[in-house]
Write a protein that binds this ligand. Structure first.
Ligand SMILES: [Zn+2]
Length: 213
């Protein structure tokens, strides 16, 4: 079909698609859209659905698309302001603390080895000291490995995020005239809620309620 709305526009009252129709009133022709059920059966199944001028529908949908894009820009800005820095900080302090503690453990062990060499002190006590240091070292090393791999994931997530933000930001535009191809590409369906309001549902689920004239 030539008109995107033939596939997308549905009646908010009975769920039937809308159809493009030419109205001739007082010698003037006008393009309008009407619920097919209403057209074919009168008020029998769908008594309340409105007839809407094509021009008003187009303006409403253009408004919804521009709203959709301006929201995307807002989302990009918010992402950029918050998530970026959150990811950077995550786990970094704990990694530094763990690395410092591991160095301390190493030093303590060297001191203990020095003690054994210089004096004949209590070997059982030394053994238990070594054991304690070893256990702490093991658990810290495991924790550190885990934190570092998490950090790696954060870095990858960050790179992906930067790319997405960049894409969203550089796709800024404002639609001025109705475009059947673009509308088909972006929109899942448009519901006529009333004479003055439509609901535009974008592919992916984002919804915009828009007033029409
Ligand atoms: Zn209907």
């Amino acid at each position: 079909s030539k008109y995107a709305l033939t596939e997308l526009l549905i009646c908010g009252h009975c769920g039937t698609p809308y159809r493009r129709t030419t109205w001739a009133a007082r010698g003037k022709k006008q393009i309008v859209w009407r619920c097919i059920s209403r057209l074919e059966h009168g008020k029998k199944y769908c008594p309340d659905s409105p007839t809407i001028k094509e021009e008003n529908l187009h303006q409403g949908i253009i408004k919804a698309i521009n709203n959709y894009y301006s929201c995307r820009n807002d989302i990009a800005r918010i992402l950029k302001a918050n998530i970026g820095t959150v990811l950077e900080c995550q786990g970094q302090e704990e990694i530094i603390a763990a690395e410092n503690r591991l160095k301390e453990i190493d030093r303590a062990r060297n001191e203990l080895v020095g003690l054994i060499a210089t004096s004949g002190c209590d070997e059982d006590k030394l053994d238990s000291e070594f054991e304690k240091l070893y256990e702490e070292e093991q658990s810290l090393s495991e924790r550190l490995a885990m934190l570092k791999s998490k950090n790696q994931t954060s870095a990858e997530t960050q790179a992906k995020l930067d790319k997405i933000i960049d894409m969203i930001e550089h796709e800024k535009f404002e639609l001025e005239t109705f475009d059947n191809v673009l509308v088909r590409k972006l929109i899942e369906c448009v519901k006529v809620l009333s004479k003055t309001e439509i609901l535009v549902i974008f592919k992916g689920g984002y919804e915009v309620r828009t007033e029409i004239e």
